[in-house]
Design a protein around this ligand. Structure first.
Ligand code: 4NP
Length: 163
């Protein structure tokens, strides 16, 4: 089952939260020998398509030893609902938007990123808070959350392998 696992992380702009999550997931899955798990990210919005992650997101990931500078933003596409096993939304608005755009024959399962690994969601905004208008602390907070998600994802997939 895990050989087929593929995860698409979705936020609003695809330049802050979801590329940080993609970087953390790739890093932790790679360290755990689960590098075959396919991970990608996208935004519900199209403002930043083709752009690298926000410089603050790149710097925060780099401080934690992960290079996300090569990633480029793209918008969620209707084909993603068949190409991925899971589409995991960064916050509740993202989740509503992803669900609302789902085509009739979507096969991907759709969930909140934090909930997919059973982590507590941020009570104020439902999940991973948008750091775009915030400061460095907010990006650090996002990194801690996505790294927790990445570690918990390794545990979830290992449990599936062992089952
Ligand atoms: P993200 O953050 O959804 O975590 O990538 C944002 C990036 C850009 C904008 C909003 C949120 N924006 O409005 O341009």
């Amino acid at each position: 089952m895990t050989d087929e696992t593929s995860l698409l992380i979705v936020c609003l702009g695809n330049i802050c939260r979801s590329p940080m999550a993609e970087g953390a997931l790739r890093a932790r899955l790679g360290e755990a020998g689960l590098g075959h798990v396919r991970v990608d990210s996208a935004g519900t919005g199209d403002w930043h398509v083709g752009n690298p992650p926000d410089s603050r997101a790149i710097a925060t990931a780099a401080r934690h030893g992960v290079d996300i500078s090569g990633l480029r933003a793209r918008q969620l596409h209707v084909d993603d609902y068949r190409r991925f096993d899971w589409i995991l939304a960064a916050d509740l608005q993202n989740l509503l938007d992803v669900r609302a755009r789902a085509p009739e024959h979507a096969s991907a399962r759709i969930e909140l990123l934090t909930r997919w690994v059973g982590l507590e969601a941020d009570v104020d905004v439902g999940a991973i808070p948008d750091p775009y208008t915030g400061g460095q602390e907010d990006f650090e907070h996002v990194w801690r959350m996505v790294d927790d998600v990445a570690r918990a994802t390794v545990a979830r997939l290992r449990a599936a392998i062992d089952a």
